[in-house]
Design a binder for this molecule. Sequence first.
Ligand code: HAM
Length: 420
Amino acid sequence: MLTTAPRGTKDILPGEVEKWQKIEKKARELCHLYGYQEIRTPLFEHTELFTRSIGETTDIVSKEMYTFTDRGGRSITLRPEGTASTIRAYLEQKIYNLPQPTKLYYIGPMFRYDRPQAGRYRQFHQFGIEVLGVDHPAIDAEVISLALHFLNSLGLNSDPKHGGLTLHINSIGCPECRARYRDKLLAYIRDNIDQLCPDCRSRYERNPLRILDCKQKQCQTVTKDAPHLAEYLCSNCDEHFTAVKHYLDLLNIEYVEDPRLVRGLDYYTNTAFEIISTSLGAQSSICGGGRYNGLVEACGGSPTPGIGFAIGLERLLLLLPEDTTGSYRPDVFLLAFPGLSYDFAYTLQAKLRKENISVVMDYLQKSLRSQMRYANKLQAKNVVIIGDEELETGTVTLKKMDSGEQTRIKLDDLVNYLKK
Ligand code: HAM
């Protein structure tokens, strides 16, 4: 136990962490390009925030939350997603008083007690955005285009060799359209309830729309010819969906209309979308999002439309080609002869760092040969050798590790030389 991380979690080590830094940097750059600002919310919240927003009957709330009672007797939950916390902060910090709309993004860990497998973890990371205060369908298309822009900028697209991405969209209407559709769906399934999987049998009463996106063959057979929600949309919802498609067309974004796409969280209204990859097996959804026009009000605010998405970063990394950027390389390894030159090297190291030059030196009293081996392993760009002779002449020997070229340079010229 002491040397094993909990199931469904993983360490991100040097060598891999550089890929994370690269995608996080890309996400930040793109968000700024589109006018989104970062928000960082706590990793845990009052449990009620999630039960109320995501919905009691969803898989996330009923089976997957990390919930515990803290020492003060409060029920606390590790955040399973970022939308609810963002809305809570929007209300608590009165972000609605700032110039509207609110456009926020976040990057960070989420927690779900899911069955771990490839692309599915108990601690995973999401990059997500949320827009609050805009109902205009053009923003739906902007949100979707940001997700695709981000994935495209990392080299992923519809080509099966580069992720095989497809955008699926649907409209799940407003609560009124959904109530009408729910009755139709219940009537349609009624005679075949016993052919559903055990999960869907309990969904029949509690959350029947979720039966539509069950991955079990038997459930897909039952719902194969089920009526489509899109046919039951009220005129407002229908117009909104048509307009979203218009703006996607204007942006030349291809999509598949997917009447089965209902999403696994209860707060959605109208636009629902997912970006699916053909290369990810069962965990094929890399990005999920949609509109949630009733959520702010349900959390105690005044009626405020909202829309957003979240991309799973572990799944994204599974799709990215092998990275050749490699890991961090120090500018200099200072190779010091033990004894006299050690103090000199030690202070030189501090001076170079003040000049913004990254430096590493030995602290284990290694022999010169093994210091050189270590410098090689670190892939230091230069090795600066300091021996007694160098000290006497006020010079250092500099070896460029990529070419093997070796020169003697005056100590006073070292900083300039390295900066060149
Ligand atoms: P979600 O569909 O539950 O939506 O999650 C979004 C993405 O997070 C998924 O498409 C997937 O890539 C990743 N993900 C989810 N669970 C796991 C897991 N156990 N392991 C690895 N990756 C996972 C939401 O979370 C919504 N808050 C998205 C949203 C934002 N909607 C509106 N605004």
